[in-house]
Ligand binder design. Structure first.
Ligand code: BES
Ligand code: MN
Ligand code: ZN
Length: 502
């Protein structure tokens, strides 16, 4: 694991900016047609450079405006970046602030500098305190510094950035709260990066056994996380036939992984997160078309987010009990694979007619969701790249959310907003349940036009005994504007939710 970037707070005054010796100085400036505050100061020192930029409409300070100045006479900093923060006193939305933070982080990293300074003016974000700004900025810097490279590849990208000092004129007696927010942001980013790394690792390396070994490694680093792994023999013994049916065509052994964090009193009900861990989804006998099938290495991103979140929790040590569960298998066609029409028994006792072996995520999750009943959970959230239909409905921006408990759904929506890792709710109405009727079993594994909803309806048959929410991350876990790379979502949302559960 790479070393954390050292993010510190600095109280130096604006008047000291011109003599500040730094490799790169990133300055947030307000929107204005004339010089004011920090731009006026830099302009005076550099003898009119910014005035010229304003007259040419190159420097506006509006959100998204970004100016790079390789060197400025009268300014000691080797490179200067100006980042528009929008109008003074105009509140930003959470996602607008995230865009600003991302732009600052990208310049910090692209500058190739080791030590940089960020002059952060006061930016009010809707219904957020300034601590929140620092948390998101620190999280964004750390998570942007992640780069995937395949072991052994030549010309591996190097990260130089080592130290970031945030200069704020607003630091007073709130310094320890700000420092704590920075820590939460950074540790969340470590979780995000853990999740990205697992998602990006190709399926010939990232197998169910690999996920199990990573979970065990986590509890070696953090002994207050206890990891237990069930192999196929143990699962067979307790009756997880439905989960096993998914991996039965693969040479890779299916694994069921339980990571337990006890930070609260023993009798306190735990919050449980359950991840889909299909390390490769060929579709099985209902095989997928070839184009873009390589993306199905990302079909374990739900489990990657569970691992990343547990990693963040391990460091943040909240005073509550949290359990992370991973249901992992490889979905392959072979002579031993499940065939369309096969009927299997789930751990709950209900039988399933597998009409399409490509609807496999729900088959591993249903047994996991029954298994976690034994923990008497306060809430259960499953996270899965479950349906292509969710990408059609919500694209790559919002995670699909379905729940049998509205207060839980509301809380998740709120945490999605405040962590810039948004979800959007779809209905879980009874009228959709009939789509799953089966002629030969209690329930069919496919049905109906509303793919994301019927998939959640399937899961809902196994979650009647607790408060449950389902997150469909097929569109948000990877891809979109990121290209073919893992996003680390929804680690931020999950961490925010779990920390809010006192
Ligand atoms: N892993 C896929 C869902 C998926 C599709 C994730 C695209 C990311 C991008 C899942 O196992 C699957 O194949 N779902 C099927 C369900 C169908 C057979 C009912 C789908 O969405 O087509
Ligand atoms: Mn599938
Ligand atoms: Zn799948």
């Amino acid at each position: 694991m790479k070393k954390l970037i050292n993010v510190s707070l600095s109280k130096i005054k604006m008047a000291e900016l011109s003599t500040l010796k730094t490799e790169a100085l990133i300055i947030g400036n307000y929107e204005s047609k004339k010089l004011d505050g920090v731009t006026k100061f830099i302009d005076t020192k550099s003898k009119g450079v910014l005035k010229k930029l304003i007259s040419r409409n190159e420097l506006s300070g509006s959100l998204g405006n970004s100016v790079y100045l390789p060197s400025l006479n009268g300014i000691s900093a080797e490179k200067v970046y100006l980042k528009g923060c929008g109008k003074l006193n105009k509140e930003l939305t959470e996602s607008e602030f995230l865009t600003l933070a991302l732009s600052m982080a990208n310049s910090a990293l692209n500058s190739k500098a080791k030590n940089i300074h960020i002059f952060m003016p006061f930016v009010k974000v809707q219904s957020k305190s300034e601590e929140w700004n620092f948390k998101i900025l620190a999280r964004t810097i750390e998570s942007s510094s992640y780069k995937y490279f395949f072991k052994g590849k030549k010309n591996q990208p190097k990260n130089n950035l080592n130290k970031v000092s945030i200069i704020s004129t607003h630091i007073g007696n709130n310094i320890s709260t700000l420092k704590n927010s920075i820590k939460i942001g950074q540790v969340t980013a470590v979780g995000i990066n853990t999740s990205k790394e697992l998602g990006n690792t190709p399926a010939n390396i990232c197998t169910p056994s690999y996920l199990a070994s990573q979970a065990k490694a986590l509890s070696r680093t953090f002994p207050h996380i206890k990891t237990k792994v069930l192999g196929e023999k143990e699962m067979k013994k307790i009756g997880m036939d439905c989960l096993l049916s998914v991996g039965q065509g693969s040479a890779q052994e299916s694994k069921f992984i339980i990571m337990q964090y006890l930070g609260g009193p023993k009798n306190k009900k735990p919050n449980v997160i359950v991840g889909k861990g299909i390390t490769f989804d060929t579709g099985g006998i209902s095989i997928k078309p070839s184009p873009a099938m390589d993306e199905m290495k990302y079909d374990m991103c739900g489990s990657a987010s569970v691992m990343g979140t547990m990693r963040a929790i391990a460091e943040l040590k909240p005073k509550s009990n949290i359990i992370g569960v991973i249901a992992s298998a490889e979905n392959m066609p072979s002579s031993t694979a499940t065939k369309p029409g096969d009927v299997v028994k789930t751990l709950s006792g209900q039988t399933v007619e597998i009409l399409n072996t490509d609807a496999e995520g729900r088959l591993v999750l249903c047994d996991a969701l029954t298994y976690v009943e034994r923990f008497n959970p306060a809430s259960v959230i499953d996270i899965a790249t479950l349906t292509g239909a969710c990408v059609v409905a919500l694209g790559h921006e919002a995670t699909g959310l379905l729940s049998n408990n509205q207060p839980l759904a509301d809380k998740i929506l709120e945490c999605g907003e405040s962590s810039c890792d948004r979800a959007w709710q779809l209905p879980l109405w009874d009228v959709y349940q009939k789509d799953l009727n089966s002629k030969y079993a209690d329930i069919a594994n496919i049905g109906g036009r509303a793919g994301t909803i019927t998939a959640a309806c399937f899961l809902s048959r196994f979650t009647e005994n607790y408060k449950w929410a389902h997150l469909d991350i097929a569109g948000t876990a990877y891809g979109g504007k990121l290209g073919k790379t893992s996003s680390g979502r929804p680690v931020s949302l999950l961490t925010e939710y779990l920390l809010s559960q006192k």
